[in-house]
Design a protein around this ligand. Sequence first.
Ligand SMILES: Cc1ncc(COP(=O)(O)O)c(C=O)c1O
Length: 376
Amino acid sequence: MELSIPLVDLKAQYRTIQPAIDEAIQRVLASANFIMGSEVAAFEEAFARYCGATHCVGVSSGTAALELTLRAYGIGPGDEVITVAHTFIATAEAISAVGARPVFVDIDPATYTLDPDCLAAAITPATRAVIPVHIYGQPADMTRINAIAREHHLVVIEDAAQAHGATWAGTPAGHLGHAACFSFYPGKNLGAYGDAGAVVTDDPAVAEAVRLLRNHGRHSKYIHEQKGFGHRLDALQAAILRAKLPYLDRWTAARRRLAARYTALLADSSLALPAEAPDAASAWHLYVVRSEQRDELLAFLNAHGVAAGIHYPVPLHLQPAYADLGYGPGDLPVTEAVAATCLSLPLYPELCDEQQDRVVELLYAFEAEREQGNPG
Ligand SMILES: Cc1ncc(COP(=O)(O)O)c(C=O)c1O
């Protein structure tokens, strides 16, 4: 059965911007310039400006952005990089890919972002960097994280894959650490029509290093100054992203309005609702509630034609892929509690109030049904 309210609706978005997208694609096809070139440079300039940063280097994905940034800082075997386990696995895979060791720390129970106290406690002489993840679109506590990092000479790399358009204390995500990594995976707040990503930084040496690494270690066609990678942003995706960028602020405003509306409408429910830190303006990539009956609630919503998601059901420290690190259940109690109860509700700029009302109605209907089934 086709779900009548999806988690995200990229077809609806395309309908609102079709002329701009089609024009961008046609322009690239007519130029037959598909690799690097002016489209990539123009998007990089526009996105750096959007983030308030000096440099943006387009790459092939958010995963590549993270890996190349770590390499640009010379992080590798013998180094530890502190991050969270409540994230998509790419955050940690990038650390593993450069040969460093991911060290997972717990999250704040109110915001679900990296807990600065846990960061401070996890630093060892081998710690080189911290990757706070702006999960669900809300920046981590960058004031405290940066202060701790300064004291211990750590590199701060934002995982801003979910946070285009968010701010912390008025500063945009992407300009809150030494470098920031964005994903433009199609469902992200700024999404390409395929894989794409970017590294944003004020540091010219880091930008230069990522530029070399993404394109086989070369500036000119035949001279490879070092061994690099094929991790370029392609021109079609760059043109699509540049066509979409002017819409990002209004999409973020629509997400913020819908998130506030969920919060008001669900105030009388027994769900734990997401909180915004006083310094944060979340980009609301996801609106995530928590329920002790999460799996039943998800099944109930699906049965009534509403999609919902779980981001993420198994934290990274308990994934088979990271069994070698030796973590076990109970090591990250807040992370594990959130993973067991979190549920992402439909949220995208084109979601209309009637659709949102239907989701809310079902959430209350589930609670009423439970109360009837379990008197007392
Ligand atoms: C928090 C986070 N980090 C990294 C990534 C990796 O980005 P990509 O899928 O573009 O490689 C994603 C998205 O999938 C993400 O949500």
